[in-house]
Design a protein around this ligand. Structure first.
Ligand code: ATP
Ligand code: MG
Length: 336
């Protein structure tokens, strides 16, 4: 008798959730990414109980029609890519069609959405992956997703969550990254009904940095802007009088996506090698723009890592750029 069985859709979703959704911050990340992809310019993030109790994301994006809203919870259902070749030119933050079904399989979720032209919206209630109710409802344009009781049906995973302050810190980190990358958008963020921040739309990265961080920081930042043939880089790096004991303040983005990347981190270290004291790390906000076909974003479950086709060139150019900028700022001879 055959021993192998294809797993049910809900188990498949829970397994996918195991990779994508490992803590409240990953729910926040996936939902805010969806809101950004939907063209919202204002996003409201309401968190209760450090994200362990409830997370609501409210956007004013293009919303979904009745059928799309239902389809959005099917595994691998996406409006963002159509065919294999699209994977080589991804212009959106999402593309796998996995986030919503994964989140819905490990929480209690209510989605309310209305398209601009539609007179009526749609409300979908799902619990532990089970569709409980679909109804038509009056709703503002855009989409609201409320996720509660995260991992209620996987106690083992819930046990692995860290302390309240740690989980909350992860949420704040993710939101900070998104607020930096989408500085033209306004964001509000509240916890247990208390406002954490309200960010008005900013007209520049510099203005958003000023909204988010101590005013002292901006005085120590050097602007970086360079257009190479194969990529562009824009942002700020700190001068050597403003260093931190770790890499927490090193923000890296590729095509507006926040990423961690060893090559870029190494380029920063290398650029500061002869002028920064050992164990001190510069602050940086670096935005690389690379043609999508030259960077693979499909290499990590949470899409926080990327692979560059021309990594050696990027490394060398960045190191030289940092050295050059720093030597000008500090009037040092250019050390190679
Ligand atoms: N806030 C939103 N506003 C409008 N449409 C949305 C929103 N959230 C999700 N959708 C629609 O639902 C689809 C499924 O969302 P989901 O996050 O599961 O997948 P994705 O964003 O396409 O890919 P990924 O799994 O990489 O995030 C999206 O492709 C989009 O069409
Ligand atoms: Mg998504």
């Amino acid at each position: 008798m055959a021993k192998i069985k294809v797993l049910s859709e809900n188990i498949a979703n829970m397994i996918a959730a195991g990779e994508i959704i490992d803590r409240p911050a990953s729910v926040v990340k996936e939902l805010v990414e969806n809101s950004l992809d939907s063209g919202s310019d204002h996003i409201e993030i309401q968190v209760k109980g450090y994200g362990k109790e409830e997370i609501s994301i409210i956007d004013n994006g293009h919303g979904m029609g009745y059928h799309d809203a239902l389809l959005a919870f099917e595994r691998h259902a996406t409006s963002k890519i159509r065919e294999a070749s699209d994977l080589e030119k991804i212009h959106t933050l999402g593309f796998r069609g996995e986030a919503l079904p994964s989140i819905a399989s490990v929480s209690a979720l209510i989605l309310t959405t209305r398209e601009k032209e539609a007179e009526i919206g749609t409300r979908i209630v799902i619990n532990g992956g089970k569709l409980l109710k679909v109804s038509e409802i009056g709703a503002p344009m855009g989409t609201t997703v409320k996720v509660s009781s995260l991992f209620k049906n996987i106690p083992a995973r819930r046990k692995f969550l860290k302390s309240n302050p740690v989980e909350f810190h992860h949420i704040a980190q993710i939101l900070q990254q998104m607020a930096l990358s989408y500085f033209q958008n306004s964001f509000t963020f509240s916890h247990n009904g208390r406002k954490i921040w309200h960010l008005q739309k900013a007209s520049s990265l510099k203005e958003r940095i000023q909204q988010l961080f101590d005013h002292e920081m901006i005085e120590h930042l050097l602007e970086i802007e360079e257009n190479f043939e194969s990529f562009q880089i824009y942002g700020y790096i700190s001068n050597v009088t403003f260093m931190k004991p770790n890499r927490t303040f090193q923000y890296l983005f590729v095509n507006q996506r926040a990423i961690r990347n060893q090559l870029l981190l190494k380029a920063i270290t290398e650029g500061y090698r002869h002028i920064a004291p050992q164990g001190q790390y510069p602050v940086c906000f670096l935005f690389l723009t690379i043609p999508p076909e030259k960077v693979d974003v499909n290499v990590h479950p949470s899409k926080t890592e990327v692979k560059f086709l021309n990594h050696q060139e990027i490394f060398t150019r960045m190191v030289n750029l940092f050295k050059d900028r720093l030597s000008h700022a500090h009037q040092l001879p250019h050390i190679t």
